[in-house]
Design a protein around this ligand. Structure first.
Ligand SMILES: Nc1ncnc2c1ncn2[C@@H]1O[C@H](COP(=O)(O)OP(=O)(O)O)[C@@H](O)[C@H]1O
Ligand SMILES: [Mg+2]
Length: 264
């Protein structure tokens, strides 16, 4: 067997991750790989354990059992800050910038946080670039609390990118956006990936998953129900069953497929 090369070692490897809250296994057994340049979606019904999984990946929670590797290195017991320094960045489902600070200051904080030894001047220059990248430069001097929801989400992405991640973790960044706005957010994620950052995102808007994700991990009750391309996973009988009756079923065409499959 040949030694693994940079291209075959996954950026992120989750092995049998589990997280228990009292009597509840919120994440029971999750394994997946994320490769360089990939956009991976994590989907699943409410309560499936998606946010808990993201918290295990970012280091907010320590797993009850299981392992996490970043570029071949075991990071299971590293803090959120240590993981961030090694290249794991995240934007939170609930947007929480520093509300009284300006947009530029918020992103500058991210740049200072990501790399130790960065000067304030360098951090501010990086922040400016990221405001241009995320379309926020016209709002640089506004206090963060004056931003619209879409601008807030962009700020979250800019703050996470300021830490210079190799992997960006996103939890439902399209939540609450209007269709035109989610299209803009989709374009932003594409630009992030084109800039060399792998993306793992949680999303319940199925057209967004279909358009963005190279691969999809479907979770249910803390486990991986299926993984593969979007086209593969929406055809899996287990996935169809898990989504039956949910608001997502019509979006993934589940009812039509079940109906056409039932008669044969
Ligand atoms: N901090 C916590 N303490 C106790 N239970 C939790 C906690 N966080 C999540 N849970 C529970 O774990 C399960 C998975 O939650 P979550 O990861 O938020 O799912 P999802 O993001 O897929 O909707 C749910 O039953 C939820 O109530
Ligand atoms: Mg969630």
């Amino acid at each position: 067997m040949s030694a693994p090369t940079a291209s075959t070692v996954p950026l992120l490897r989750a092995q049998n991750l589990a997280k228990r809250f009292g009597g509840l296994m919120a994440v029971a057994d999750i394994s997946f790989d994320l490769y360089g340049g990939e956009i991976l979606a994590v989907i699943g019904p409410n309560g499936a354990g998606k946010t808990t999984l993201l918290n295990l990946l970012s280091g907010l929670y320590r797993p009850t059992t299981g392992q996490l590797q970043l570029m071949g290195r075991d990071v299971t017991n590293l803090s959120m800050e240590e993981r961030c320094h090694l290249g794991l960045g995240r934007a939170f489902q609930i947007v929480r910038p520093f509300p009284e600070m300006t947009v530029l200051e918020n992103v500058t904080v991210g740049a200072l946080f990501g790399k130790s030894g960065t000067s304030l001047g360098t951090a501010r220059a990086q922040a400016w670039e990221l405001l241009e990248f995320t379309g926020l430069s016209a709002h640089a001097d506004k206090p963060a609390h004056e931003l619209t929801l879409l601008q807030d989400k962009r700020l979250e992405v800019a703050r996470a990118l300021a830490t210079q991640p190799k992997v960006l973790l996103l939890d439902e960044v399209m939540a609450g956006l209007r269709p035109g706005e989610s299209q803009e957010a989709v374009e932003l994620v594409r630009r992030v990936q084109a800039g060399g950052v792998s993306v793992l995102f949680i999303e319940h808007i199925m057209p967004v998953v279909r358009d963005l994700a190279h691969r999809v991990v479907v979770m249910d009750a803390g486990r991986v129900l299926a993984q593969g391309t979007y086209a593969q996973v929406v055809r899996e009988p287990r996935v169809i069953e898990a989504y039956l009756g949910s608001e997502m079923s019509s979006e993934v065409g589940v009812e039509a497929e079940v109906a056409s499959g039932a008669g044969h």
